[in-house]
Structure formats: C-alpha cells, structure tokens
Design a binder for this molecule. Structure first.
Ligand SMILES: NC(=O)c1ccc[n+]([C@@H]2O[C@H](COP(=O)([O-])OP(=O)(O)OC[C@H]3O[C@@H](n4cnc5c(N)ncnc54)[C@H](OP(=O)(O)O)[C@@H]3O)[C@@H](O)[C@H]2O)c1
Length: 498
C-alpha cells in the first residue's frame, strides 16, 4: 500500500511539473509579440516632416547653391555650421519630446509610442538624395535616444504595462489550466463512479462472449447474466464451457449456449460453425474478449512463427470477423453494441517493447473499434474498445488482486457499466488514473520504464528456465537414463533463445 501511495505521489509530482512547464512555455510564447512591439518602437525615431525638410534644405544649399560668389569651402563651412545647429536642435528636440513624454501617464505614453510618425520619402526626395540624409538623421536620433538614462527609464516604463499584461496572461492561463483540471477531475468522478450503466437488454436478448470460461471473460458473463442477458459462450474447452454455462443458468436463470472453438485456428470452417450457433438469435451485444499474448516478453526474432500467427489470429482477425458476423443483424434492428477488449499496452502506454505483436494487435483493435463506431453509431450500433491495464488473471500471472491489478470480477463490473459510452476507454478507475498520469509524463521516460520491466520479466523467465533445466538434470541423475528428455528440451530452449 505504502509503495502504491509513494508511486502515485511521484507520478502526481511529474504531472504537476508537466503543468508548470506548460504554463511557462505558454507565457514565453505570449512574450514574443511584445518583444516585436518593442523593437518596432526602437526602429522609429522622433523626427517630423519639418525636420526632414530642414535637412533637405541644408543639403540642397550645400549641393546646389545658387549664390555664385560662394566657393566650395564657404559652402562647406556654412553646411557644417547649419548641420551643427540642426543636430543640436534635433537633440534638444528629442530631449523636449522625452520630457513631454514622461509627463504623460502610462496609458498615454503607450498610445504616443504607437503614433510616432514614420514618414515615407517621396520619390522626388529620394531622387534629391534625401534618403542618406534621412538615414543619418535617424541614426543620430536613435543614438541620442538609446544613450540617455531617460531611455532606460522609458524602457522600464514600457515594461510596466507589458509586465502587467504578461502577469495577467499568465494568471489567465493558470486559471484556465486550473479550470480544465477541475473539470477533468469532476468528469473523471462522474464517469467512473456516478454515471449509471445503460440498459443492456435494450440492445437485444442475447450476448456473445469469447474467452468466456476464465478471467475477464467469465466475469463479464456473470455481470451480463446479472442484467438478465442470455449468453453464447465461446472458448476452447467444452467441459469448462458447460460448467460456466450451468453456473450462469443456475444462479441467474438466463439461457446459455456454448460453442467450443479454438480461435487461433480461425478460418472459414470455424466461422461457419460459430455463425450456425448464432443463427436465429437476437444478438444485441458481442464481447470480443479472448486474447493471446506470448509466454513472456521477447524480441520478435525469438518469438516462434506459430505464436505470431496465433496472436494475430485471436487478437485481430477473430474480433473483426465476429463483428462482421453480427453487425448485419444489429444494423437491421438499429441497435446493438460491440465491445472489444483491448489493452493498456497499446492505448495507455506509448509503446510495448518485447510485446510488440501483442500491443500491435491491440492497437489494431482500438483503431478498428473507433472506425467502426464512426461507421455504425449513426445506425444505432456502438462499437467500443475497453482497455485494461493489469487484471489479476491467468494471462497476467498476477494471483492476488491489488489496487492496480483488480480481480476480473471488479474489472468486469466497472467495464459493463461503461458499455455504450466513450469509444475507447480504460473502464476501471485506477487504470483511468494511470492513464492520466502516463499521458502527463515524458514518452521517453515511460518507454524506458516499460522496457526495463519487460527485460526484467524476460530475465526472470530465463532464470526460471535454467533452474528447471538444472532440477531436471539432477532428477535425471537420480532416476537414471529414462528421465533425460525434459532436461534436454529445457536446455535446448535456453540455448535457442539466449
Ligand atoms: N489480464 C490482464 O492483465 C490483461 C491486461 C490487458 C488486456 N487483457 C486482455 O483481456 C482479455 C482477457 O484476458 P484474461 O486475462 O481474462 O485471459 P485469461 O484469464 O487467460 O482467459 C482467457 C480466456 O480465453 C480463452 N481462450 C484462450 N485461448 C483461446 C483460444 N485459442 N480460443 C478460444 N478461447 C481461448 C480461455 O479459455 P480456454 O482455455 O478454455 O480456451 C479463457 O476463457 C484478453 O483479450 C487480454 O488481451 C488482459
């Protein structure tokens, strides 16, 4: 328990750190238009049309003086005098403007800054060489502006309203994130604890469940029988099927039918057999639950060909074909639901190294469900992917239920309540929480963790295999020649995989 609380706290911390980084990133983004405004202000200078005209006059007088009595040197001396006066006037003008500027209140200063004229040269002025003069004037004014203390004051004044704007923006963003967070929490509580389940009998009298004799499938059958649905159970083992069917009929008074079929042998013959069993039944709900994974996490080139065929057939081909089989009737009646049991290995965590084929087929099922829901929801038929994380079943090899790996009955009760709701979801609340946390953590971190866990499981598998081989060798030593075969098999398996 303490470990779970500790892990949850760390994940919450990661979540909040993620939120914080997001807010900082957003505020940073808002800064760039303000920066652009400031640099556009800096690119302007405090000259007016008259200033420019005066410049042109001085320049004209120097270049095209009509007084023939003045030689070049005289003209140049006059030019320098006039330019000196002009520059002094310009600087004085800039100081006057600034003084005036600082007497304004902050809002008016902002407005004034935006209104500083940027006079375009007429083509005549440009032809007369006003361009270089204007540029010189701009440069001088800018120098004067950027050198003085008053400019620093100006900047600080400028940053006041900008600072306020940024703070307001940041606060608004924070409030928005908080609002989203609160809405998310309320939505979560409603969806997982308060939202009532749908009336499943309204979909039709019969449900079909694959992998119905153990784990999640069996628990699903019990929940559906509690709701009064008749059930067609599909699994490999006839005796197990009959036992579960009898249990359901006895406890809940529903009708059942059983179909013994090895779904890994999927082909026309098998589908014809299942189709015949469903003939004449009003199938309102199909639960594609049967699923296979490999024995232990493994590199794809080390997975046997047969395992790959079986996993793809049971996890991907069978759900598709069974959905195809029942959709016609559902469509005709304008009601029905298909639930595909996916896996968090594909929809919660970003990738599942060493379980690639399993996760790949579950991702297929997720996309199939979402696409089919798009096709059939308008016709009254819902298709849904329900993805568990760990559930304590034979497949997960978790024996005792715990908070993050509930028993199949707890998981199925939660899942049945969610039928007909979101198209792709994790029906059990703690798995939902894990989903939220995983989404907020960096992908590389999750990928590394998952790879670490799977490598650990793989290593454990091989050390168990080695122990079994050693024990078999010892036993064969004690019992004599006749017992050698299993030891040799285990050793060969070890050599092949290592
Ligand atoms: N348990 C988890 O932690 C977990 C996590 C994520 C997703 N899931 C998904 O949940 C679903 C159910 O898993 P589970 O843990 O409940 O499995 P489970 O306890 O191993 O039960 C598997 C069921 O499927 C049947 N089955 C197995 N192979 C079959 C085949 N070739 N043809 C027909 N039926 C077959 C088994 O019955 P017979 O042996 O009699 O055939 C049994 O009824 C799977 O799709 C799995 O991928 C489980």
């Amino acid at each position: 328990m303490l470990e779970t609380v500790f892990a949850a706290s760390i994940l919450l911390l990661v979540l909040w750190a993620g939120c914080f980084v997001e807010v900082v990133r957003k505020v940073g983004k808002q800064l760039s238009p303000l920066r652009a405004l400031y640099s556009s202000f800096r690119a302007r200078c405090p000259y007016t049309a008259e200033t420019l005209e005066r410049f042109v006059e001085i320049w004209d007088m120097f270049m095209h003086c009509s007084d023939a009595s003045l030689g070049f040197e005289d003209r140049f001396a006059i030019f320098c005098d006039q330019l000196g006066d002009f520059l002094e006037g310009l600087v004085q003008r800039a100081v006057d403007v600034l003084e005036l500027f600082f007497q304004l209140d902050v809002a008016d200063q902002q407005a004034a800054l935006c209104r500083i004229p940027r006079r375009r040269l007429s083509s005549a002025e440009a032809a007369e060489g006003a361009g270089p003069l204007r540029m010189t004037a701009c440069a001088i004014c800018l120098c004067e502006w950027t050198k003085g203390d008053d400019v620093r004051e100006l900047k600080s004044l400028l940053s006041q309203p900008a600072g306020t704007a940024i703070t307001a923006l940041a606060l608004a963003l924070l409030a928005l994130s908080l609002l989203r967070f609160v809405a998310g929490v309320l939505g979560f509580i409603y969806a997982y604890f308060l939202r009532p389940g749908r009336n499943l009998k309204s979909y039709g009298a019969w449900a079909v469940v694959t992998g119905a004799t153990d784990g999640i499938g069996k628990a699903y059958c019990v929940e559906l029988a509690k709701k009064g649905l008749n059930i067609v159970l599909i699994s490999r083992t006839q005796s197990k099927l009959e036992a579960v069917a009898a249990e359901l009929e006895g406890a809940y008074g529903v009708q059942t039918q059983v179909v013994a079929a090895d779904l890994s042998k999927a082909g026309p013959e098998m589908f014809t057999k299942i189709g015949a069993a469903l003939e004449g039944l009003e199938v309102g709900l199909l639960v594609n639950n049967a699923g296979l994974s490999y024995d232990h996490p493994e590199y794809l080139d080390q997975v046997s060909e047969q395992d790959v065929y079986d996993v793809v057939a049971v996890n991907a081909l069978v759900p598709t074909m069974l959905a195809r089989m029942v959709l016609g009737g559902m469509r005709e009646r304008g009601r029905g639901a298909i639930v595909n049991i996916g896996s968090g290995a594909a929809t919660v965590i970003p990738s599942s190294p060493l379980l690639a084929v399993y996760a790949g087929t579950k991702a297929y099922v997720d996309c199939l469900s979402r696409s089919l829901d798009g096709e059939y929801a308008p016709l009254g038929v819902r298709v849904q992917n329900q993805a568990p994380m760990f559930v304590a079943t034979k497949m997960s090899k978790i024996r005792r239920p715990r908070l993050d790996a509930p028993g199949p009955d707890t998981w199925a009760a939660a899942a049945v309540r969610q039928i007909g709701r979101e198209t792709s979801l994790t029906p059990y609340w703690f798995h939902g929480l894990q989903h939220v946390m995983v989404r907020s953590a960096p992908v590389w971190l999750i990928n590394r963790q998952v790879m670490g866990i799977h490598q650990g499981l793989r290593a454990r598998y091989y050390s168990k295999l080695a122990r079994t081989a050693a024990a078999a060798v010892n036993a064969s030593g004690a019992a004599g020649e006749g017992d050698e075969a299993p030891a040799t098999d285990s050793k060969r398996e070890l050599r092949r995989r290592k």
